[in-house]
Design a protein around this ligand. Sequence first.
Ligand SMILES: [Zn+2]
Length: 420
Amino acid sequence: MKRAVIVICDGLRADMVRRDVTPNLWVLATDGHAFTNHRGVFPSTTRTTSASIATGCLPGRHGLEGNCVALDEGDGLVALNVGHPDFRDRLRKATGRTLRVPTLAERVADHGGCIVFSNVSPGAAYFQDPDGHGYLYHRDGSFGPGLTPLPDSEGLAVSHDVSGDAHMTEWFCEDVVAGRRPALALMWLCEPDHTQHAVPLGSPAHLAVLARTDDNAARVIKAVTESADGDDVLLIIASDHGHETVDRVIPLESMLIGAGLKEGAGSHDVVVASNVFSAHIYVAPEARARIADIVGFLEAADDVDQVFAGDDLAKVGHRTDSALAISVTAKRTDDDNEFGVPGINGAFEDPLSSETRIGCGQHGGLGTFEQHPFLAVRGGGFGLGVRSDDPTSAIDLAPTVLRHLGLPLDGMDGTPLAKC
Ligand SMILES: [Zn+2]
């Protein structure tokens, strides 16, 4: 029987996988098939990437444009945090649906099924399977097919930290990988991302959590090997994005108000949705005549790097015909932080999140290192000791899983990972 097991180590930069810190991931990357030029999507945020991993599609296709998006629920555009447990239902109510394309959970529902264990935000977890085609386990609520709530005794009661990740990993290995053996088993660890938001990259506390994340990955690698029992198991261990160091906060909304390009705080004409190292700017129909002036203002702003508007939005994976009118990244450098970890970036102020700390890690833009997540694969006919430098993307994981399971790959932006 063919099965697939995916482990996502949230926020793990490829260059943080080192022999001395993460020996098990290092061995997987050197003895398995490593993809050394793996990229995230834009913005490099967890919830957006979760939907891209689940669907094999870019954000413009699946519709989850950022960790923070603007939604019109009847009273005009308002910025909302996608991570909240009720966001999925609000999106469905406002737009009539959740994601615009099918997930892996839907595609494998009648072909061995899907079980997801996730210890990140509820929003990122639920967008693995927003319409309830398989089983999804999360501390804020676990669901079976049809979004049927599972009893508390069967739910995933783990803490949102590295200890919770360890508890979840034990449970996942025993109950899912070795026990229930679905066609697709996916586990999403909250580390090292969770700690990287709170400590400097490369600091002793960061290296310690990398080592514990490596232990969790090692448990899954061992469980897959020991429980294969003749099955052809494709094991994918990856991250969704990396991190870079925050050196300043950019008050984009105040800047637009000060320039007379947004009516005021909380106005619905021009709405900033911060994804930290980038920001989306949504423009209501009555304000679209202002777009050219907003673009001109942003292109001249000291802290702003790239400005994507009009057809340029398609170059970074977004639609050109929605309220999302402009997206910007912050100016950054490849300089080292105090612990010698490169990548220094500016954070767009985000009133909906408290995860941004000067001197600590963040993500969400197009920076070299936040856009360079880890990816290594074993089993499923992939070579041993192979290192591929060709560009790969988060959207390539879903078609790789479907090819392994012998299911159709239609309607995806990604392509299966090359085996040699
Ligand atoms: Zn993440």
